[in-house]
Design a protein around this ligand. Structure first.
Ligand SMILES: *Cc1c(COP(=O)(O)O)cnc(C)c1O
Length: 399
C-alpha cells in the first residue's frame, strides 16, 4: 500500500468510528424515522374514529401545523412529494411541451414530476457551496437562450415556452432562492421550490419554500419527519391553495350527493392515517431539529480536525441538516469510501447521478453543468438520523 492509500484507510476508519460513536451502534443507517411522541395514540384514535382515508380531521390539522411552522398562509396535503410537485406545476400553468428549468443535481422525483406534467426539463448548474441551483448560471442561461414575448419567456433554440423554474434545497441546505426568484421575475417565469428536503431550513428568518409562488414538501420515510408517505403544497396565494385542494381531490364540485367533477383531477389527498402520524411528528419537529443541529456541529468539528471538507449551511441561512454531506477528493476516493463504510455497516451513499446522465433525460438542454459534474464525483452523505435517546423524554398525552 502506498502512503496515500494508507492515509486514506486511516481517515475512513476514523469516520466509521466517529459515526458509530455518535449513534452508539455498530450498524448505522443513513436516516431512520423516530416515533417518540403521540404517534401510536393518534393512529389508534384514527382507527377508532373510522376516518382512516382522505377525509378526516387530522389532514386539516396537519396542514395547519405545517402552515404555522413554515409561515406559509396555506398548506394542502398530498399522498407524496412527487404528487405535490406534479400538481404545483399544473397550478402555475405548466402545459404539455412547455419547458421547466431545474437542476441536474437532484433526486429523480423532481424530473419525474416535470415529465408527468408533460414538460421538458432544462438543466442549469448548481453552486458548489449550496449544492442548489446557481442564480448566476440561471441568469446566464436565460440571457443566452430566452426571449420575452408579451411578458412570457420562450427558449430561442427550441421555440418552447419557459413556463417555470424548480430549484431544490439539496439535503436541506438552502439555495440562493432570493436571487433565483428575482432572476425569474425579470422573465415572468414562475418559481416552484422543491423543498422536499428542507423542512426546518431558513434563509434569514424566512422558511424555505415561502419564496416562490408555490413549494412542495415530502414526508417520505427517510425525510426529516415522516407520515409513511406524504407531501404538501404550501403557498401564500389563496386561489392557488383552493385550486390545489380541488385538483388533489378529484376536482369534485362540492355537493351533498351529486358526482360532478369540473376538470381532470387526481386522487392525491393524504389519508387521515398518514396525517395522524404527521401531527405527532410535527409536535416533536423543533426538538428533532435541535438534535440534528447538534449532530451536524459534532461532525463539523470532527471533519475539521481530520481535514475533510464538510458541507455547512451557507452564510445567512439555517439548515435542517437532514443529511450531512462531505466532499471527498476524487471519484476514486469516493468509491473507495462508499465501499469501506458500507461494508462495515456504516451506511453512506453518493449524491445522485446527474439527471442528464440518466437515459430518460440524456437529451435535455443544459449549460455544461461544470459544478454539478464536479460535485457528483465527490459528495457523499453520512449517517444523519436523530440518535437513539437523544430526544428529551416525552410526556405522552393522557386521555
Ligand atoms: C423526497 C423528494 C421528493 C419527493 O419524494 P416523495 O418520495 O414522492 O415524497 C421530491 N424531490 C426531492 C428532491 C426529494 O428529495
Amino acid at each position: 500500500m502506498n502512503v496515500h492509500l494508507q492515509e486514506r484507510a486511516f481517515t475512513f476508519r476514523a469516520i466509521v468510528d466517529f459515526s458509530r460513536s455518535i449513534y452508539g451502534l455498530d450498524f448505522v443507517t443513513l436516516h431512520r424515522p423516530v416515533f417518540e411522541g403521540n404517534e401510536r395514540q393518534y393512529l389508534i384514535d384514527c382507527i377508532d374514529s373510522n376516518f382512516v382515508s382522505s377525509v378526516g380531521a387530522r389532514v386539516t390539522e396537519f396542514e395547519q401545523q405545517v402552515a404555522a411552522f413554515t409561515g406559509a398562509k396555506y398548506a394542502v396535503a398530498t399522498v407524496n412529494g412527487t404528487a405535490a410537485l406534479h400538481v404545483a406545476l399544473r397550478l402555475v400553468d405548466v402545459l404539455p411541451d412547455d419547458e421547466v428549468i431545474t437542476q441536474a443535481l437532484t433526486f429523480i422525483a423532481t424530473c419525474n414530476a416535470l415529465s408527468y406534467a408533460g414538460a421538458h426539463p432544462v438543466m442549469v448548474d448548481v453552486d458548489r457551496d449550496t449544492l442548489g441551483m446557481s442564480p448566476a448560471a440561471l441568469r446566464q442561461f436565460l440571457a443566452r437562450h430566452a426571449e420575452l414575448r408579451d411578458g412570457r419567456a420562450f427558449n430561442k433554440s427550441t421555440g418552447r415556452r419557459l413556463a417555470a423554474c424548480v430549484p431544490m434545497h439539496t439535503f436541506g441546505f438552502p439555495c440562493r432562492i432570493e436571487e433565483i426568484v428575482s432572476v425569474c421575475d425579470e422573465y415572468g417565469i414562475a418559481v416552484v421550490e422543491d423543498a422536499a428536503e428542507s423542512l426546518g431550513s431558513y434563509v434569514g428568518k424566512r422558511h424555505t419554500g415561502t419564496f416562490g409562488k408555490l413549494a412542495t414538501l415530502s414526508f417520505n420515510g427517510n425525510k426529516v419527519i415522516t407520515t409513511g408517505g406524504g407531501g404538501m403544497i404550501i403557498t401564500d396565494d389563496a386561489a392557488l391553495a383552493t385550486h390545489a385542494k380541488h385538483l388533489t381531490t378529484t376536482a369534485k364540485v362540492p355537493h351533498p350527493f351529486e358526482f360532478v367533477h369540473d376538470e381532470v383531477g387526481y386522487n392525491y389527498r393524504l389519508p387521515n392515517l398518514n396525517a395522524a402520524l404527521g401531527c405527532a411528528q410535527m409536535e416533536r419537529l423543533p426538538e428533532m431539529l435541535a438534535v440534528k443541529a447538534d449532530v451536524a456541529r459534532r461532525y463539523a468539528e470532527f471533519f475539521d480536525s481530520i481535514g475533510v471538507t464538510v458541507v455547512r449551511a451557507p452564510e445567512g441561512t439555517t439548515a435542517n441538516y437532514w443529511l450531512n454531506a462531505i466532499v471527498l477528493g476524487s471519484l476514486q476516493e469516493r468509491d473507495a469510501f462508499l465501499e469501506f463504510t458500507n461494508s462495515r455497516g456504516v451506511m453512506t451513499r453518493p449524491i445522485w447521478r446527474l439527471m442528464t446522465r440518466l437515459a430518460m433525460f440524456s437529451q435535455c438542454q443544459h449549460d455544461g453543468l461544470a459544478n454539478s459534474l464536479w460535485l457528483e464525483d465527490r459528495v457523499v452523505n453520512i449517517p444523519s438520523s436523530v440518535p437513539d435517546g437523544a430526544l428529551p423524554p416525552f410526556n405522552a398525552k393522557t386521555l
